[in-house]
Design a protein around this ligand. Structure first.
Ligand SMILES: C[S@@+](CC[C@H](N)C(=O)[O-])C[C@H]1O[C@@H](n2cnc3c(N)ncnc32)[C@H](O)[C@@H]1O
Length: 224
């Protein structure tokens, strides 16, 4: 997949997203980037895995950094120690991320800059409760620790646009990297992805989707 000429566009809710002409694909639902991210990754993922001690998040596709910003805000307000590991082979340029309005809309401009200025491939302590490792690598190529993550935000481009990302080998790798009881959330509801998640061992089903979308997938690594 080649990353070409990302363009900024405005969603219906007033938040920005990115449009990639080469893929004819946006980074978020054009109904609203912020409500979509809150619903899929925070409400169905992070909030359901809050716990005493360190909560470990893995994100597939750092993209704009919106999920990282929303998670960092919640980590601070809830006093939840959070380790956030995000994979992104094609980081956006500063020209693009600095034009996105998330920091402004969420009144977190300094945290927004901190996240996006953070050096790639090195763990950074960003706030009292939030540390970040943005890794410039594909899911296919990364080595992940065993039974480590509490929650996975699977936020790649749609399976019809980037089928290889959602392949069984990648799903197996994610399954192996998750603790028993951990959850994987994604905006897609595609039946083939759900069947493949079940094949690799998850309990996977659909739950109510974000604004404008009927369903999304929630997968849980069964406790043995
Ligand atoms: C839907 S967009 C990003 C959404 C992002 N979480 C956000 O809030 O902006 C998908 C992202 O996955 C990244 N990506 C593409 N191929 C990938 C791969 N093989 N492994 C991990 N990430 C990938 C893209 O570059 C893009 O940034």
């Amino acid at each position: 997949m080649e990353q070409q000429e990302p363009q900024l566009i405005l969603c219906e809710d007033g938040s920005h997203t990115i449009f990639l002409p080469a893929l004819n694909e946006t980074y978020h639902s054009t109904r609203g980037a912020i409500p979509e991210s809150i619903h899929v990754y925070l409400k169905n993922g992070y909030f359901e895995t809050l716990k005493p001690g360190l909560l470990k998040v893995l994100e597939i596709g750092y993209g704009t950094g919106l999920n990282a910003l929303l998670t960092a805000i919640e980590a601070e307000s809830r006093g939840q120690q959070t380790e956030y590991h995000s994979l992104e082979p094609y980081p956006l340029s500063k020209d693009i991320w600095s034009a996105l309005n998330y920091g402004q809309l969420l009144v977190q401009e300094s945290l927004w800059s901190q996240l996006n200025e953070a050096v790639w491939n090195e763990k950074q302590i960003l706030t009292k409760y939030f540390n970040l490792l943005k890794e410039k690598v594909k899911l296919e190529d990364v080595q992940l620790p065993d039974e480590y993550y509490d929650v996975v935000y699977f936020d790649g481009f749609a399976p019809r646009k980037q089928a290889e990302l959602w392949g069984v080998n990648n799903l197996k790798k994610l399954y192996q990297s998750m603790k028993p009881g951990a959850r994987l959330v994604t905006y897609t509801a595609k039946a083939q992805v759900r069947r493949d998640l079940i094949t690799v061992g998850f309990e996977a089903g659909v739950v109510k989707g974000p604004p404008g979308k009927k369903d999304m997938i929630l997968a849980i690594k069964k406790e043995i």
